[in-house]
Design a binder for this molecule. Structure first.
Ligand SMILES: [Zn+2]
Length: 356
């Protein structure tokens, strides 16, 4: 089989980093899937990858195991290409790295070569991140961000339980900083976490995070806040599940939605686990949902990396899971077209923005 030529998609990715970010997430999903000896149905993220890579499978319902292997190699190269060329912002690359890390434990030992290759990617990204954090750069105009951090004690973060505090920090940070993060922004972000008593370097697990989130929210203490911080008014969780590969973000959104919709529904699902307390049952259901996606919920990860992943996930969700869609915001353009895929305005060429 001829190697898949990534030149074209690489050129597109440079121009459309939101698309690139989604594709990178899909690829992270693919590279960690186990080999299969039977044909794999062509749907969801796999069909997205096939179409973006302009790959022509022998059958359009499924792909053979050798085509699968072939695609996996291309997916790995694609991630490597994005990481090496600084196409994606650091927070987006961190989120791809997390995705790979969560799944490494699931890969069978006989796939030693794959595991090694993936470990190399993870290591490289980690080094890059560390290196970046130590680089001194010219101070930019980040007045709003700085004044927020300096006065952070005044915003009432301390009364919130840690996981909800983290969601709020992500939310507030996002409202101050909508474009890609610079090194300095990431330092500010870590500093903000530290100032509200969340140690950014401390390791946590998804299991821990979800369990604590559920238990702090029980029975419905912070449902409204969680909905607000996860932008539930604008984002449709089901669209996120269908359109992007971000299990943690999807899980938090689905969690927020089911709580917000109906506290009773939560009670009903928890009834299916008779012997354990309701709040534990809720956490169990969410964690099972995440595990279904092949995520190792016990994998350890720094608080800052988890927070950055949620930050990126919500940003992607605004573009791919937006209830209202995307439009041109250029006042002198006047185009009223609403799109549901990120891209450029056909009239003036401006990048389309989520409708808030
Ligand atoms: Zn326009």
């Amino acid at each position: 089989m001829k190697a898949i030529n990534l030149d074209n998609i690489f050129e597109i990715s440079k121009r459309n980093t939101i698309e690139a970010q989604r594709l990178a997430s899909d690829c992270a999903n693919l590279v960690t899937l186990p080999e299969s000896s039977s044909p794999i149905p062509l749907k969801g993220f796999l069909s997205r990858i096939v179409s973006k890579f302009r790959f022509k499978p022998s059958n359009n319902q499924s792909i053979t195991s050798s085509e699968f292997f072939h695609l996996k190699n291309a997916a790995r190269q694609y991630i490597q290409l994005l990481a090496d060329n600084d196409i994606l912002a650091m927070e987006a690359i961190i989120s791809v790295k997390n995705q790979i890390e969560y799944r490494l434990n699931y890969l069978a030992e006989k796939q030693e070569k794959t595991v090694k290759q993936l470990h190399d990617i993870v290591l490289k990204i980690n080094h890059k991140f560390e290196d970046m954090q130590h680089r001194i750069e010219k101070l930019e105009e980040t007045t709003a961000l700085h004044s927020w951090i300096i006065t952070i004690e005044e915003y009432g973060y301390s009364i919130l339980p840690e996981q909800i505090r983290m969601l709020r920090i992500i939310h507030d940070f996002r409202s101050l900083k909508q474009d890609e993060l610079t090194n300095n922004d990431i330092r500010c972000f870590k500093n903000a976490l530290r100032r509200v008593q969340i140690n950014p370097d401390k390791k946590t697990t998804i299991k821990n995070f979800i369990e604590n989130l559920t238990s702090s929210n029980y029975p419905n203490k912070y449902t409204e806040e969680i909905s607000k911080y996860t932008l539930l008014e604008i984002i449709d969780p089901q669209k996120v599940v269908d359109n992007i590969s971000q299990p943690i973000t999807s899980a938090i959104l689905l969690f927020a939605e089911s709580y917000a919709k109906n506290a009773q529904a939560v009670k009903v699902i928890s009834d299916s686990y008779h012997n354990i307390p309701e709040k534990e049952a809720i956490a169990k259901i969410i964690l099972e949902n995440i595990s279904t996606n092949g995520i190792d919920v016990h994998a350890e990860i720094e608080n800052a990396h988890l927070a950055l992943e949620i930050f990126t996930g919500l940003k992607l969700s605004l573009y791919f899971g937006n209830k209202k869609g995307l439009k041109c915001t250029n006042k002198s353009c006047g185009s009223n077209t609403i799109s549901h895929t990120p891209g450029y305005c056909s009239q003036c060429g401006q990048y389309l923005q989520p409708i808030l």
